[in-house]
Design a protein around this ligand. Structure first.
Ligand code: UD1
Length: 427
């Protein structure tokens, strides 16, 4: 098992660049299936979820080559319509391959991805939108099959602005004849990025970033080359890490315009933030301020993916803070782990009340999910003594190399492969 050991209370200083965005690159990789040619993506993060998506594309017959952070996907010939079950289990976002695959092949098969530790995460919106688009969807024993001969552009409407369902609907609509109007869309930056990427393929969309997106059904015309933007959640995590340690860091390659609410929340905690183009400098206050109320919301609201990291950060802000989670029902699991470090967090339904004396102590804790794991690393950086975060494979799904990055900023962090090694070190 992949554990991380941290010796806390070392202020972070220095400058590093931000990795490419996980949530932007995954739909782009799926969308590469729409193109009977070669797609080139740059600034692709080397993370587990990307490797998983590579596996899916290769099993469908695409040829994928990676050189550092550059990836080429040759989807000229595909020889399968079935998304491999192995990958469906590993990564929920495999569902977003359905739309482009059916648009390209007229048929697509996957399996129900099931729940995960942050909530039930059903795929009913995805399925409904594909049906509303005129596709035949059959669901049997967890298998989902989508079929279409020719389908026409139409009007679609989302009952909740789901990010993944919006992306799936856009990509499926590319295969329709005529225009599809999608209402009630998510406005997340990753959707804007997806549509800019599609434009490089010669596929026209209108309205990305607003609640209504129009997609003109058409064939891709150009081999796209696209640079993936910086990861707003990874950037937010690193800024929070500097904030809790009382340090001062500068991040480059930050998608500043996509991070407004996160940067505002950091300011509200007393951090001094300076931005210039794609650079963000954070100077931590001597003592963090608590937040009387922070609520997650769909974009442009405060991102649910930052919630766990802020939960950890507010455990170090003397006083009382409150967080309400409105997107995923099970996203306070990290609270119990933080309690092992001396945090006092009362969770009632989707609200957490944090009462802090400004200190955490090192302990052995377990990463329950990707962002929760990152939150525990942030907590460990500020805690007194040694923290071991177990099961950090979750963290590797989304962070390229958090250990090297934290070390570069001066932290004492190392990976310990198994618990026996840890016991020996502890002894
Ligand atoms: C994406 C992000 C994830 C982020 C989330 C919300 C990727 C790869 N992942 O996930 O990091 O936390 O947006 O910003 O981009 N829902 C349904 N039925 C559905 C689909 C969603 O009930 O068919 C519910 C979910 O359970 C959740 C809410 O809608 O409660 C939002 O989910 P959604 O926006 O779809 O998140 P994802 O696209 O899965």
């Amino acid at each position: 098992m992949n554990d991380i050991q941290i010796l806390g209370k070392i202020p972070l200083y220095g400058e590093i660049s931000t990795q490419g965005s996980k949530n932007a690159v995954l739909p782009m990789m799926a969308a590469s299936l729409l193109h009977r040619g070669t797609t080139t993506l740059m600034n692709v993060p080397c993370i587990e979820d990307v490797s998983c998506m590579v596996g899916i594309l290769e099993k469908l017959g695409a040829k994928v080559a990676r050189e550092g952070r550059q990836m080429t996907i040759d989807a000229s010939c595909l020889d399968s319509c079935e998304i491999s079950l192995d990958y469906v289990r590993k990564m929920r976002s495999s569902i977003m391959v359905l739309g482009p695959l059916v648009a390209r092949m007229g048929q697509a098969v996957t399996h129900y991805p099931g729940g995960c530790s942050i909530g039930k995460r059903p795929v009913d919106y995805h399925v409904q939108l594909l049906r509303d688009l005129g596709l035949t969807v059959t669901e049997e024993d967890g298998r989902i099959e989508v079929k279409a001969d020719r389908y026409e552009g139409t009007e679609l409407s989302l009952c909740f602005p789901s990010v993944g369902a919006t992306e799936n609907a856009i990509m499926a609509a590319v295969g329709a004849r005529g225009e599809t109007v999608i209402r009630g869309c998510a406005r997340e930056p990753e959707i804007v990025e997806l549509c800019c990427f599609l434009a490089k393929m010669g596929i026209e969309t209108l309205g990305a970033g607003s609640g209504t997106i129009r997609v003109r059904g058409q064939r891709s015309r150009k081999d796209p080359i696209y640079r993936v933007c910086g990861d707003r959640i990874a950037a937010g995590t690193y800024l929070a890490a500097a904030a809790v340690t009382g340090g001062e860091i500068c991040l480059t390659d930050v998608p500043v315009s996509y991070m407004d609410t996160t940067l505002r929340a950091l300011c509200a905690c007393g951090c001094l933030i300076m931005t210039e183009n794609d650079r963000v400098r954070l100077q931590a206050p001597k003592v963090l301020k608590p937040l009387s109320y922070l609520e997650t919301a769909v974009y442009p609201g405060f991102p649910t993916d930052m919630q766990s990291v802020f939960l950890a950060m507010l455990c170090l802000a003397p006083g009382e803070s409150r967080i309400r989670e409105t997107i995923f029902e099970g996203r306070f699991e990290t609270a119990a782990e933080l309690a092992h470090m001396g945090a006092y967090i009362e969770v009632k339904e989707n609200c957490a009340r944090i009462v802090s004396d400004g200190r955490l102590k090192g302990a052995q804790v377990t990463a329950r999910d990707l962002r929760g794991g990152a939150a525990l690393i942030v907590a460990g950086l500020a805690a007194e003594g040694r923290t071991v975060v177990k099961e950090c494979d979750h963290v590797d799904r989304g962070y390229e190399d958090i250990i090297t990055d934290m070390r570069q900023l001066g932290a004492s962090v190392e990976r310990i492969r198994d618990t026996k090694a840890h016991r020996n070190m502890a002894g």
